[in-house]
Design a protein around this ligand. Structure first.
Ligand code: ATP
Ligand code: MG
Length: 394
C-alpha cells in the first residue's frame, strides 16, 4: 500500500494526524525525517511512491508551495496536502496543484476529511479514474449546483438566490438552497427570510443526522423553495465541519431534485468538499480581465486536480458595454468560453435590500432573462417567459 508521507511536519501535527485517522488509514502514515528545505529533496520523497504527501507545518510557508509545485511538475499521481501557518493563499495553493489545506486550528473532522479525500483522489488517479465514485455520489440523485468565484462580491448570493427561485418554479418543493458562506452568509437576507433554524442546528443536535431531522432545519420561502440558512453568528459557522457539510449535501441531494449551494468568497475547504459532490459548477467573474484571468487559473487548477466530473458554466456578471470590453474580448484574453453574460442593473442592489429576488419582482427584465437561461441549462427544459411566474412577494 502506498504511504501517506508527512514531510516537514511538527511533532504536534504528526501526533494529531495520527490520532484522528481511522485505523486502516493510520497504518499508512510515515514520517519523513531527512532534510527537505529545497525542492531537490523532493525526488527522494517521490522515490518512496507515496499516495499522499502532507507538507508542513514545520517549513516556511513559501517553501511549502515551492515543494508542492515541484511535486505537481513531476506529474505523478501523488496528492499533496499543505499544512501551513496561515501564509498560504488558497488560490495559489490550488494553482500549485494542492488538494487540501490544513492550518493549526483545523479541527479533527477537517484533518480526517482532507487527508481522506486526498487519499481517495490519489487512488482514483492511480487506477486511471476507473474506481467507483465515492459513496456519497452514488446515492445522490438530485443535481448539486455550486456557485463560486475566487473573489468576493462577484454576485454569488444574488445569482444563487435568483437561480434557486427560478428552479423552484420548474420543480416546486423540489429545490433547496444551502448558504455555505458559514461566517457571513446573507441568503436569508436576500430572500427576506427570518429563519428559526440554521445549518448550525444540524451540527449542534445530538445523534446522527438523517434527512427527516435535516428537513426540520430548512426554512420555507414563498416561491416554494427550501433554504438551509447560514448561522446567525460567525463563530457558530466555525463549528460546522467539512465532514458534516458533505453529509448534509449528500442527504439533501438524495431528497431534492436540485441543491443549489451559495459559497463564501474564495475556495474554502467546505467549498472544495462540496465541489467533490457537485454535478454542476457555476463560475462567476466580474467583467474585468484580471478577475476572469484569476478564475481561469482556478479552473486550470481544477483540471490538474482531476475535478472534471461537474459540468461547468462560466458566467460574467455586471456585464456593461461601457467598461470598454466586449464579452468576446474578455473571453479571448482569459482563454475561456463565456456561457452567459448577466447585465449590470441598478435594480439588483434594490431587490437585494428589499429581500425580493429580481426574478420575482421583475421576471422579464434583462437580468432575470439570463437567470432563466441558466435555469434552462440546468433543467434541460425551455422556460418560456409566458410560463415564468408572475410577481410574487417573498
Ligand atoms: N448584475 C448586477 N448588477 C448590479 N449590481 C449587482 C449585480 N450583481 C450583483 N450586484 C451587487 O453586487 C453586490 C455583491 O453581490 P453579492 O452579495 O451577490 O456578491 P457575493 O459574491 O455573494 O459577495 P460575497 O463574496 O461577499 O458573498 C451587491 O450589492 C449586489 O447588489
Ligand atoms: Mg455572498
Amino acid at each position: 500500500m502506498r504511504p501517506i508521507l508527512l514531510v516537514g511536519s511538527t511533532d504536534a501535527m504528526a501526533r494529531r494526524i495520527h490520532a484522528v485517522l481511522g485505523e486502516g488509514v493510520r497504518e499508512r502514515l510515515r514520517l519523513w525525517t531527512q532534510p527537505i528545505a529545497e525542492t531537490g529533496g523532493i525526488d527522494a520523497v517521490l522515490w518512496t511512491r507515496p499516495a499522499v504527501v502532507v507538507l508542513g507545518p514545520g517549513l516556511v510557508d513559501k517553501v511549502l508551495l515551492r515543494l508542492a509545485q515541484a511535486i505537481d511538475a513531476a506529474d505523478t499521481d501523488v496528492e499533496v496536502v499543505v499544512a501551513h501557518s496561515g501564509g498560504v493563499d488558497t488560490d495559489a495553493a490550488l494553482a500549485a496543484g494542492v488538494r487540501g489545506l490544513l492550518v493549526k486550528t483545523s479541527d479533527d473532522d477537517t484533518i480526517r476529511a482532507t487527508i481522506g479525500r486526498a487519499l481517495v483522489a490519489a487512488e482514483r488517479h492511480a487506477a486511471g479514474e476507473t474506481m467507483a465514485p465515492p459513496r456519497q455520489t452514488a446515492v445522490s440523485s438530485g443535481k448539486v449546483t455550486t456557485v463560486l468565484s475566487p473573489k468576493g462580491g462577484a454576485g454569488k448570493t444574488v445569482l444563487s438566490t435568483n437561480l434557486a427561485v427560478g428552479l423552484a418554479s420548474v420543480a416546486p418543493r423540489g429545490v433547496v438552497l444551502v448558504d455555505l458562506d458559514l461566517q457571513f452568509g446573507d441568503v436569508a437576507y436576500a430572500l427576506g427570510l427570518k429563519p428559526r433554524h440554521t445549518i448550525y442546528d444540524a451540527v449542534a443536535g445530538a445523534g446522527p443526522l438523517d434527512i427527516t431531522t435535516l428537513k426540520v432545519f430548512l426554512t420555507h420561502h414563498a416561491s416554494d423553495l427550501y433554504v438551509l440558512c447560514a448561522p446567525d453568528e460567525p463563530h457558530r459557522g466555525e463549528m460546522v465541519s467539512v465532514e458534516v457539510v458533505q453529509q448534509i449535501i449528500t442527504l439533501l441531494a438524495s431528497e431534492f431534485d436540485h441543491v443549489v449551494v451559495d459559497t463564501a468568497a474564495g475556495l474554502s475547504e467546505h467549498t472544495l468538499a462540496t465541489l467533490d459532490l457537485s454535478t454542476d459548477v457555476v463560475f462567476l467573474a466580474d467583467m474585468d480581465v484580471p478577475s476572469v484571468r484569476h478564475l481561469n487559473k482556478v479552473i486550470r487548477a481544477f483540471d490538474r486536480l482531476g475535478m472534471k466530473k461537474a459540468k461547468r458554466h462560466f458566467l460574467l456578471n455586471r456585464a456593461d458595454a461601457r467598461v470598454g470590453l466586449s464579452m468576446l474580448q474578455v473571453a479571448t484574453q482569459a482563454g475561456l468560453a463565456v456561457d452567459l453574460e448577466i447585465p449590470l442593473s441598478k435594480q439588483v442592489p434594490v431587490t437585494l435590500n428589499e429581500g425580493v429576488p429580481i426574478i420575482l419582482s421583475d421576471p422579464k427584465c434583462p437580468v432575470s432573462r439570463k437567470v432563466w437561461e441558466l435555469v434552462e441549462r440546468l433543467t434541460d427544459s425551455h422556460v418560456s417567459p409566458a410560463r415564468q411566474p408572475l410577481k410574487r412577494s417573498a
